[in-house]
Design a protein around this ligand. Sequence first.
Ligand SMILES: Nc1ncnc2c1ncn2[C@@H]1O[C@H](COP(=O)(O)OP(=O)(O)O)[C@@H](O)[C@H]1O
Ligand SMILES: [Mg+2]
Length: 225
Amino acid sequence: MKTILTCTNIHKSFQKRDEEKLEILKGISLSIEERKINVIVGKSGVGKSTLLHILAGLDKPDSGTVNFGELDLNKLKDEEISKFRNQNLGFIFQFHHLLPEFTALENISIPQMIGGIDIAKANKRSRELLDIIGLADRWNHNPSELSGGEQQRVAIARALANNPKIIFADEPTGNLDTANSTIIHELIKRLRDELDLTFLMVTHNKELMSIGDRIIEMRDGIITE
Ligand SMILES: Nc1ncnc2c1ncn2[C@@H]1O[C@H](COP(=O)(O)OP(=O)(O)O)[C@@H](O)[C@H]1O
Ligand SMILES: [Mg+2]
């Protein structure tokens, strides 16, 4: 088994104005193996999103390290982190965050073009991804012309656009009904098996937990798995 991501002794506190400093992450260390579905569970407010954002380079820890192989995120400048994220990491949020004024196809092509790929090549890849998620015939729809489940599938295709090795997902089915959640869960399993993807997801959804190869429990700022 190959490790794709390690974090060591991550600490993170938040201080709101006039309030006491709150230590949310109290020394989190984790090793994530390739080609596995990893699920983080824990009570609301325990720091799951905070941890996921730090691991995906969207936020910085107060101390501790995040490594992708030899690469140490702490050692990169902000622009380098953005570039690394664009090229190597995918992120799916609870709400799809698709750009409303662009079509499904364009939403998937934009991150590729930001990475320097020309529009024809990007659109070709986007069409392949729309095919994988079963929405090839909806390529020209804007997000408002898609159902909630379809919007989230487009968000997954967008996360896959630049061929990442690892996908981070924060409550990816938190906003969907059971039927649509099941479609997404099946899709995630297929992507692990067919594209050798690694997933690190936060969820409350029992069915999503059941597809996890590993369940990581957070409690009081530490991992208790
Ligand atoms: N930017 C922030 N500023 C202040 N407090 C924050 C910030 N982000 C998160 N928190 C606090 O940190 C705690 C953990 O948040 P979060 O990681 O979103 O929890 P979870 O995803 O497990 O529900 C919460 O109490 C939240 O209010
Ligand atoms: Mg959260």
